[in-house]
Write a protein that binds this ligand. Structure first.
Ligand SMILES: NC(=O)c1ccc[n+]([C@@H]2O[C@H](COP(=O)([O-])OP(=O)(O)OC[C@H]3O[C@@H](n4cnc5c(N)ncnc54)[C@H](OP(=O)(O)O)[C@@H]3O)[C@@H](O)[C@H]2O)c1
Length: 345
C-alpha cells in the first residue's frame, strides 16, 4: 500500500478536506502504524481557528494514535508487526499525525495496548495523560513532583491536599488518577454534578459543583481541608478557573495551567508559581519523562491504575472528524470523541 486517505487542513484558518497522501517509510527508531482509532483534541479545532504551531499548509493534524504495527525501521526492538500500540504525535509533522490511515511513530513514546482495552479506548489516553503527567512531574513546565510509575513513587505525597479544576475534562481525569497514585488526599475537583460519581470512581475525594460561585467554591474547599494547598492543576484553564485556583493556592505552591495565562495582574504575588504545561512529550524538555511514562504505560493499564476516558465513536471515518471538531468546539461533557480512519469511504 503506497497511498492512503488523509484529512488535510488545506490552508491557514481554512477548511478540512479528505484527500490522499503517500504512506511514509519508517526511519531508524520508528515504526509504521495502521491507525484504527484516533481521538479529537481541542487543540485540533484551535489550530484551524487561530492558526498556530503549523509552518506549512496543507497539513495533517491529530495527536492520539491507536493501531497496529505494519512496518519497523532500523534498530527497532521491542515492537513487531501486528503489535497493538498507542502513541502520541508531535504537532506540525504530517507524516506522524493521526488524522490519516497510516502514520510514523517514535518507539520511545509508544506502548503496547493490553488485550483488555479496545483501540477506541486506548486512543483516548496519550495527550490527556501526557499533559497531566508533564504538568505534575516534569521540572520544566510542571510542578516537578516524583512520578508514581517510578520505583518509590507510589503514595509519595500521602496526606497532602490537591485541587483539580475541571476534573471531568480528558486532561482532568488523568490528573485525578495520577494524583491518586501519588497519594494526594483529599483530591478536590470541580465538575458538573452529573459527573460526580464518575470522578469519585477515578479517585476524586470531593467533587464541587462547578456552577457554584468562586467564593462558594473557596468556602467549600476550606471546609474540606485547612492544610495549605500547594499543588493545583487547572485542567480547563478558563480565566475564571485560573483566578479561582490562584486564590486557593497557598504561598510557596504551584499552579499548572494548560491554556493561555489569564490571571489578573492585581492578584499576582511573588510567592506563588504558575507554570504553563506543554503536554506533547516530543518537546525536548519532556522527552525523558515521556519515555519513562510510555515504558511503564502498558503495566499501568493492565493493573487498572490508569483508566481511559469514556469514548464516543464518530461515523464516516476521517470525514467524521470535521463535524466532530465543531462539536468539540461547542463543548462536550465527560467524553472523548473518537474517529476510525479505516472506515473512510
Ligand atoms: N497545553 C497542552 O499541552 C494541552 C494539552 C491538552 C489539552 N490542553 C487544553 O486543556 C483544555 C482541556 O482539554 P481537554 O481535552 O481535557 O478538554 P475536554 O475533555 O473537551 O473538556 C470538557 C470538559 O470541560 C469541563 N469544563 C468546562 N468548563 C468548565 C469549568 N468552568 N469548570 C470546570 N470544568 C469545566 C466540562 O466538565 P463537566 O462536563 O463536568 O461540566 C467537560 O467535561 C483545553 O483548553 C485544551 O486545549 C492543553
Amino acid at each position: 500500500m503506497s497511498r492512503q486517505k488523509a484529512l488535510f487542513l488545506t490552508a491557514a484558518k481554512g477548511s478540512f478536506a479528505v484527500g490522499t497522501a503517500a504512506v511514509p517509510q519508517p526511519g531508524p527508531g520508528q515504526i509504521l502504524i495502521k491507525i484504527y482509532a484516533t481521538a479529537l483534541n481541542p487543540v485540533d479545532w484551535k489550530i484551524q481557528v487561530h492558526d498556530f504551531f503549523i509552518r506549512e499548509y496543507p497539513t495533517i493534524l491529530g495527536i492520539d494514535i491507536a493501531g497496529t504495527v505494519t512496518d519497523v525501521g532500523e534498530g527497532v526492538s521491542g515492537f513487531k508487526l501486528g503489535d497493538r500500540v498507542i502513541t502520541e504525535a508531535p504537532i506540525g509533522e504530517s507524516d506522524q499525525a493521526s488524522f490519516q490511515q497510516f502514520t510514523l511513530a517514535s518507539v520511545n513514546v509508544t506502548a503496547k495496548i493490553p488485550a483488555s482495552l479496545s483501540f477506541e479506548e486506548a486512543a483516548s489516553i496519550p495527550l490527556g495523560l501526557t499533559t497531566a503527567a508533564v504538568g505534575l512531574y516534569n521540572r520544566v513546565g510542571g510542578i516537578g513532583l516524583f512520578p508514581p510509575w517510578e520505583e518509590g513513587g507510589r503514595g509519595l505525597y500521602r496526606g497532602k491536599p490537591f485541587v483539580v479544576m475541571g476534573g471531568a475534562s480528558s486532561v482532568g481525569q488523568y490528573v485525578i488518577q495520577l494524583a491518586r497514585l501519588s497519594g494526594f488526599n483529599p483530591i478536590i475537583t470541580t465538575a458538573s454534578k452529573s459527573n460526580a460519581d464518575y470522578l469519585a470512581a477515578l479517585g476524586a475525594t470531593h467533587i464541587l459543583d462547578r456552577s457554584l460561585s468562586p467564593d462558594a467554591i473557596r468556602t467549600e474547599v476550606s471546609k474540606i481541608t485547612s492544610a495549605p494547598i500547594e499543588a493545583i492543576y487547572d485542567a480547563v484553564s478558563f480565566p475564571e478557573t485560573q483566578n479561582l485556583a490562584y486564590d486557593i493556592l497557598a504561598p510557596g505552591g504551584c499552579l499548572i495551567i494548560d491554556y493561555q495565562l489569564a490571571i489578573d495582574e492585581a492578584r499576582k504575588t511573588s510567592d506563588k508559581r504558575v507554570e504553563y504545561v506543554y503536554g506533547i512529550v516530543h518537546a525536548p524538555a519532556a522527552r525523558t519523562l515521556g519515555a519513562s511514562l510510555f515504558a511503564k504505560l502498558s503495566h499501568l493499564l493492565i493493573e487498572g491504575a490508569i483508566r481511559p476516558n469514556r469514548v464516543e465513536m464518530l461515523p464516516n471515518g476521517l470525514e467524521g472528524i470535521i463535524s466532530g471538531l465543531e462539536r468539540l468546539q461547542k463543548g462536550v461533557s465527560n467524553v472523548k470523541l473518537i474517529a476510525l480512519p479505516q472506515e473512510t469511504s
